[in-house]
Design a protein around this ligand. Structure first.
Ligand SMILES: [Fe+2]
Length: 244
């Protein structure tokens, strides 16, 4: 069986995978998969901090195998340095014996399904305003190479790899998984909820729009917006864990 959920942000939102909150996970085996659609965040410090090691072990000791799409809250430099192994008909990064990074632009075969993955997204919180108890605002800036990485955005090499691998599949897959979504989904989501996500002209969303204009697929899954919502073939996940 293969399941998918949204962001876990290191261990901040990992509780959804506990046996208390997801008892179904207890019945799985290492031949079953749980996909996290970005903002994994447990490959973060170099060297890894004690709490990151603890939670990687916690997740590795779960009955299933975890597969990770990269989001924007990731140390992309460290993800790029992972040992590369062949798996599911493509190349993946090995995080532990039981956790693997599904890289951008591959079409993986997982339990008989063709799954195209393309993670990453542009951070919109590189600078944020925090309201202090005295009523004043404090500006918090994320620093490149410390808490955000330029690798959050797609490279030409990754885009070319995507088109090359999709061509091999005759531009038809079962599932597409991103961290963010094509722009058309974001526009509809904002219109329905009457909100502004502040995520406009993200290069990854623009690329995913180009991909979904051409490629035939049954379902698109992603995270990034910290919500559970469905529009047509597009399923946004955060707390929900669904079987694909
Ligand atoms: Fe997130």
């Amino acid at each position: 069986m293969t399941f998918i959920t949204g962001d876990i942000h290191g261990y901040i939102d990992i509780h959804k995978l506990s046996s208390k909150e997801w008892p179904e996970g207890c019945n799985l085996t290492k031949n079953d998969y749980l996909i996290i659609s970005g903002d994994f965040g447990l490959v973060w410090s170099d060297p890894a901090k004690k709490d990151e090691i603890f939670w990687l072990e916690w997740l590795s000791n779960k009955p299933w195998t975890t597969l990770v799409i990269d989001g924007n809250h990731e140390n992309h430099d460290l993800l790029a340095k992972l040992e590369i192994v062949e798996k599911f008909g493509g190349l993946v990064g090995k995080i532990t014996d039981s956790i693997f990074h599904l890289k951008r632009g591959y079409v993986y075969s997982i339990e008989g399904k063709k799954i195209f993955t393309f993670g990453g997204a542009e951070s919109t919180d590189k600078e944020s305003k925090i309201l202090k108890s005295n009523g004043n605002f404090k500006i918090i800036k994320r620093i490149e190479g410390k808490d955000w990485w330029a690798g959050e955005l797609p490279t030409e090499e990754e885009k070319n790899r995507a088109w090359k691998n999709l061509k091999k599949e005759d531009y038809k897959v079962d599932i597409i998984i991103g961290h963010t979504f094509p722009q058309r989904f974001i526009d509809k989501y904002e219109a329905i909820l009457k909100i502004s996500t502040g995520r406009i002209n993200d290069p990854t969303s623009i690329f995913l729009e180009e991909i979904t204009d051409v490629v035939k697929f049954d379902k698109f899954y992603g995270g990034h917006f910290h919500d559970d919502f469905e529009i047509d073939k597009y399923r946004l996940l955060f707390d929900n864990i669904v079987e694909i």
